[in-house]
Design a protein around this ligand. Structure first.
Ligand SMILES: [Zn+2]
Length: 308
């Protein structure tokens, strides 16, 4: 009897220890899961903004300056041409997984947006150009490079600020204040160069359609030829026609973008004695919040010093 009793006691202890180990195990697993969830909640508390390309990234840096729990990243960060010609990569597509909101230029500049809507239906999309009325149309197609008109850029800021405020009310007042400050600087820049409009008879050849809004704002009469940007090669006949036009109308100025090939411009220069000016369409830069303002100022300084 006694012996049996001892045995029972032993097996009881064994089961007790076994259950304790199991309970501790569950507790540990519970704590780990709890912590993981906690981390997840902290992650989700952030308002994640993804911008399409560089000019919008700089714009949003200004609007969201000092905002709490906001993360801004740029989708096409390592891509330096126009997003127009961009085929979305798997790496960039992945960035939409965590994004709450995607800010695009619109006007068909991002032709992958449809794909994003299908794969990530929860990502809100802001078309920054939706309220722009100052549009340039070439052969029934709207030129989407609207940000190179300061006036348009301001309209984009206003549209985005309103939408961000309604989606992220926590920072609404800050967004408004930041936008006002930024717009004030832009208005100043715009009015500083308003005099460019008074210079008469400014004619030029533009070899990159990105620059059209900038030139249009300075009242330059532009013959726009889409070359490098469209990756097309101009035929000898087409080039001959441009050269004739330049000679006939005494056009002495050619504009290209900083990332453009200079081949066509060189041919036109040699045939007509015109001079090429390199402008910056702000597709890439140093990432500072003032980069758009600095680049536009440099562009306007170049326009100021041209002899037509
Ligand atoms: Zn483009």
């Amino acid at each position: 009897m006694k012996r049996n009793f001892k045995l029972n006691l032993k097996s009881n202890n064994f089961f007790k220890s076994f259950f304790i180990v199991i309970i501790i195990g569950f507790l540990v697993i519970g704590i780990i899961i709890g912590n993981l969830n906690k981390k997840e909640t902290v992650k989700d508390a952030k308002f994640r903004i993804l911008t399409s390309f560089y000019p919008l990234y700089i714009m949003i840096q200004n609007i969201t300056d000092n905002a709490q729990n906001v993360e801004v990243s740029n989708m096409a960060e390592k891509f330096t041409g126009c997003i127009h010609d961009y085929t979305i990569s798997t790496t960039d597509l992945k960035k939409f997984e965590k994004a709450d909101i995607f800010i695009e230029n619109g006007k068909n500049l991002e032709d992958f947006t449809e794909k994003i809507i299908n794969i990530y239906p929860k990502v809100e999309i802001i078309e920054s150009s939706e309220n722009i009325t100052n549009l340039i149309e070439d052969e029934d197609e709207i030129n989407p490079h609207v940000w190179l008109s300061i006036e348009n850029y301001i309209t984009q800021i206003k549209t985005i600020t309103e939408k961000l405020g309604s989606m992220n009310p926590e920072n609404k007042d800050l967004y408004l204040k930041n936008s006002e400050d930024y717009i004030e600087k832009l208005e100043k820049l715009k009015s500083d160069y308003e005099f460019l409009n008074n210079i008469k008879d400014k004619k030029a050849i533009c070899l990159n359609e990105s620059l059209e809004y900038l030139l249009h704002d300075a009242s330059i009469e532009v013959t726009s030829i889409e070359t490098d940007h469209e990756q097309s090669v101009l035929s000898a006949k087409f080039l001959g026609n441009i050269i004739d036009k330049m000679k006939r109308e005494n056009i002495k100025v050619i504009f290209i973008d900083k990332d453009d090939d200079t081949k066509t411009a060189k041919i036109l220069e040699n045939e007509t004695g015109a001079k090429t000016y390199v402008l910056n369409s702000e597709m890439s830069g140093n990432g500072s919040t003032d980069d758009y303002i600095n680049v536009m100022k440099e562009n306007l300084e170049i326009l100021k010093n041209i002899k037509y």
